[in-house]
Design a protein around this ligand. Structure first.
Ligand code: GCU
Length: 686
């Protein structure tokens, strides 16, 4: 059944006759030299993939005995590959990269998939399969690729009771109750899918951490997962609860400068490595949203991070210290806190410590400007944290292709070292010469048959992985590959649906939070509109006063973050300050993020229309885009299987209804401040 389980690794028969003939001639036997678990995984994947795509088994052979051998391995595993003179090409792709080439071996046509490590060969095998999955030619094939970021991780916000914080795809994949004794084929399929896009690590547990994961009972379960993931190059990491020494260690304090606390963590970490020699390290959320942390003991984030870093260093592990800090006391402007707390600590972290920064300064909104920390900590390797799960973007039901959002952030110019200092160059290490680089995506994966709660949410997992490998890739090209592999190579389908995916992100921005609005979702679950959030609720946090984030009043709308307001803008580089701080030059995308604008003011960012009219137009445009997406999808009937066709169609119907809900709720609420009519040319709220 086409239930989406196979993700982009479906390997259905090639239907283009010319391509099929080409592939069958070019691929006649499989030579995988070497017998490590990773090379066996590559061999198995190629056998399965080629059988599916070509409709027949491709026999294994000990050596290339005829035209059409696909030869896989490393110079160490394979004499043939060692003899091919790929030295320079292989040197250029580093430890995890690969070379996939059409060549001749002993006078016979062959395709070589070569790398410096077994996992590089596995990545190359997936790359070769992708060539066939997307109906690319094999003639003169010459691909070389290496990841630009070292740690490419998924962060699972999975709890030990198998609920998933901000998860919309069922329960956690990790069945803690039956681990370590029982395995599950999904563990391996999860690792395969990750390897196919180059993801090389998984933080298994929620950032709101439970210390029990660090007990021997649970560590044995973690080790079992690590064993399944290892052949696929996926290392496991955990979240560390800062107060664990108290909770499970029986100590009186978790003060990071206390010798007993440091000794406790060191022993704990040593015991983890005894079970899991390639354990990756820890992600830590501390002193945020009520979580314990070093500030409880009047120590700094750097003191906390360095305690872990020191204990992890002898084992080659890292600590990823999150910069998402939400204090309980509400500051004048929530978005300033991360920069305020972390920028002064630049240079104080040990070299195996990262600071992990959310893409924007607030919290995974449909659109935010990039976080001003990017470019501001040249001496501290900053990791990007994207949210792949769509907490604030329609969760499981709304079709939103996040490739566009990730690309927008990565291409944003921080101006840290002049023009061209993009966020991508910060996190790939090239801007500041970071010795270590990393990226994390908050996973959208659960135990739903389709993994991600909807067919199109798979694209966000896929796009995240591809951009983690190469943060300068185009989201559009990634969507193209994903559609071909996941649905069909039918050019009319790919053209139309790719265009639909590309518009989907702007659509959600328009019907939820246009023009730089943010956080007007309902509280708690964050699904659906709630610009009135909190209301006269005495228990609400100060940032939950109804107008905290949008600042609507009788005069206008938007949060003044310029010098006349909170001045969050001062956290950005001067050229950005100049452009975004001026109402004549600020782009429409962040207008109300940085400015309080009069209801009838006409600005370039409102396209010369009064703000109110522009706001109404944007909300309507969002609804219209969803309707256009529905028409596009309806026209694909018959080009894809009925099951997934109807799945997507029914979710688009929900999305259209809820886009109207958002529009109508937001406009009628804001109208109570603006007292202006909805212009007649726009659809009126229902
Ligand atoms: C958001 C999210 C929380 C999460 C937090 C974090 O606030 O709603 O569920 O714990 O981000 O990233 O730590």
């Amino acid at each position: 059944a086409e239930d989406g389980y196979d993700l982009w690794l479906r390997y259905r028969p090639v239907t283009d006759a010319a391509r099929l003939a080409e592939y069958r001639a070019a691929v006649t036997q499989l030579v995988v030299d070497g017998d490590s678990p990773t090379l066996r995984a590559a061999r198995d994947e190629l056998r399965t993939g080629l059988r599916g795509l070509l409709g027949a088994d491709v026999p294994l052979s000990a050596s290339a005995t005829r035209d059409g051998a696909v030869i896989v391995g490393t110079p160490a595993s394979s004499r043939t590959i060692g003899a091919l003179g790929l030295g320079d090409a292989l040197r250029a792709v580093g430890r995890e990269g690969y070379v996939v080439r059409a060549t001749r071996v002993g006078g016979r046509r062959a395709i070589v998939v070569a790398a410096n490590s077994d996992v590089g060969a596995l990545y190359g095998a997936f790359r070769f399969l992708r060539q066939l999955q997307t109906y690319g030619t094999l003639a003169n094939l010459a691909v070389a690729s290496a990841p630009k970021i070292q740690l490419r991780l998924l962060n699972h916000w999975d709890n030990l009771n198998r609920s998933v914080e901000r998860g919309y795809a069922g329960h956690s994949l990790w069945a803690w109750d039956t681990l370590p004794d029982a395995s599950n084929p999904r563990y391996r399929d999860y690792a395969r899918a990750n390897a196919s896009i180059g993801i090389n690590g998984a933080v298994l547990t929620n950032v709101n951490a439970n210390a029990r994961i660090l007990t021997p009972e649970y560590l044995a379960k973690v080790a079992a997962l690590a064993n399944v993931f290892r052949p696929y190059g996926v290392r496991v990491y955990l979240t560390a609860r800062f107060s664990a020494p108290i909770e499970i260690g029986g100590l009186k304090t978790a003060d990071p400068l206390d010798p007993a606390v440091r000794a406790w963590w060191k022993a704990k970490i040593d015991s983890i490595y005894a079970l899991i020699p390639d354990f990756g390290g820890f992600t830590v959320k501390a002193n945020s949203e009520g979580q314990p942390g070093p500030q409880d003991y009047h120590r700094t984030h750097a003191d906390g991070a360095n305690m872990f870093a020191e204990a992890l260093a002898p084992h080659g592990g890292v600590v990823m210290w999150r910069a998402f800090v939400y204090s309980n006391e509400v500051p004048v402007d929530r978005v300033k806190q991360a920069y305020t707390e972390f920028k002064p600590l630049d240079g104080q972290f040990r070299d195996n410590a990262f600071v992990q920064v959310k893409n924007g300064p607030l919290d995974f909104q449909p659109r935010e400007p990039f976080s001003p920390l990017f470019g501001a900590m040249p001496k501290t390797p900053l990791m990007m944290e994207f949210q792949v799960t769509k907490e604030y973007l329609g969760q499981d039901t709304h079709l939103v292709y996040l490739g566009q959002e990730f690309e927008e952030v990565l291409r944003s110019d921080t101006w840290a070292k002049g023009k061209g200092s993009t966020v991508a160059k910060v996190i790939d290490g090239s801007l500041h010469g970071y010795a270590r680089t990393g990226i994390a995506g908050v996973s959208n994966i659960g135990d739903d048959r389709n993994w991600t709660g909807s067919q199109f949410n798979q694209a966000n997992w896929y796009a995240y992985g591809r951009l983690a490998w190469d943060p300068e890739m185009s989201a559009s090209d990634i969507a193209d590959d994903w559609l071909r592999m996941t649905f069909t190579n039918d050019p009319s389908f790919v053209r139309a649906v790719k265009a639909m995916m590309k518009t989907s992100r702007e659509a959600v921005v328009n019907y939820m939070t246009p023009l730089g609005l943010a956080h007007i979702m309902a509280t708690g679950h964050h699904y659906g509109p709630g610009p009135w959030v909190g209301g006269p609720n005495t228990r609400m946090r100060a940032d939950q006063t109804p107008t905290y984030f949008h600042r609507a009043d009788s005069l206008g709308l938007g949060f003044d973050r310029t010098a006349t307001g909170s001045n969050a803008l001062e956290q950005y580089a001067p050229p950005i300050r100049a452009r975004w701080g001026n109402q004549r030059t600020v782009p429409d995308s962040v207008l109300l993020w940085f400015h309080h604008v009069g209801w009838t003011e006409r600005l370039p960012a409102t396209h010369g229309r009064p703000l109110w009219d522009e706001l109404v137009a944007r909300y309507n445009a969002g609804v219209d885009s969803v309707r256009a997406m529905q028409r596009t999808w309806d026209a694909q009937r018959g080009k894809v299987d009925d099951e997934r066709f109807r799945d997507v169609q029914s979710f688009l119907a929900i999305q259209e209804k809820e886009a109207r809900w958002w529009r109508d709720a937001a406009l009628t609420y804001f109208q109570s401040f603006s007292h202006l009519p909805i212009p007649a040319r726009y659809e009126q709220p229902a």
